[in-house]
Design a protein around this ligand. Sequence first.
Ligand SMILES: Nc1ncnc2c1ncn2[C@@H]1O[C@H](COP(=O)(O)OP(=O)(O)OP(=O)(O)O)[C@@H](O)[C@H]1O
Ligand SMILES: [Mg+2]
Length: 217
Amino acid sequence: MTYIVGMVSQKGGVGKSTLARMMAREFVDGGLTTKIADLDTQQQTCTNWAGRRAESGINPEIQVQSFASVKSALEEASRFDALILDGKPNASEQTIEIAQAADLVVIPTGQTVDDLHPGVVLAHSLRKKGVAPDKIAFAMFKTTGSERENAAARDYIAQAGYMVLNGEVSVSTAYGSASDIGKAITETSFRSLNDRASKLAQSVIDKMAELQERRVA
Ligand SMILES: Nc1ncnc2c1ncn2[C@@H]1O[C@H](COP(=O)(O)OP(=O)(O)OP(=O)(O)O)[C@@H](O)[C@H]1O
Ligand SMILES: [Mg+2]
């Protein structure tokens, strides 16, 4: 049984690749054989990051492979405990394919309405394409606001009928610097930042376990 997690968004630059790398690192750390399928053939963000990681000699090693199609990425799935699909910048036909294939679809979003609205529109369009709403989860990412603003953002998503993962990752140059040298955002030099990212990662893991249990039942 392979866990398939899809990272998708309507807007570009919201944190899909950063989340994909974080989850890969946490899955591997938890003993799961994992591969990131880098479906962003233009930017190859995760593929290039894995190169930097290997060059810096950071453990554990994270396997990343670039794929031109979701179909070819899925052919790899049975060889791993977890497959993470990292999508292209903007929503496309590929986004739907990722969402349909994934056990859990994660949509990263900032906490402003400018970011929330396109995320919810995307979630609605995925539902229309037959994606079950309970496998869609929003991740609060690159947040800048106060607790109150974050709570309002969570409320906005809940009102739209979707789940928000626990934990959130605020904007921090330390997260960016970690990525620059091939680290995941749970591997920065700052414990508090790592703990915050870990909380979000754990929430993804808990959600996957919950969906898996429900499917078995
Ligand atoms: N918490 C953070 N704080 C500061 N910068 C961040 C944070 N998370 C990600 N970034 C930076 O934001 C940019 C976009 O992140 P990322 O590449 O993960 O988004 P994406 O959704 O995959 O983008 P794209 O749509 O282009 O594929 C990158 O430069 C990344 O290093
Ligand atoms: Mg990306």
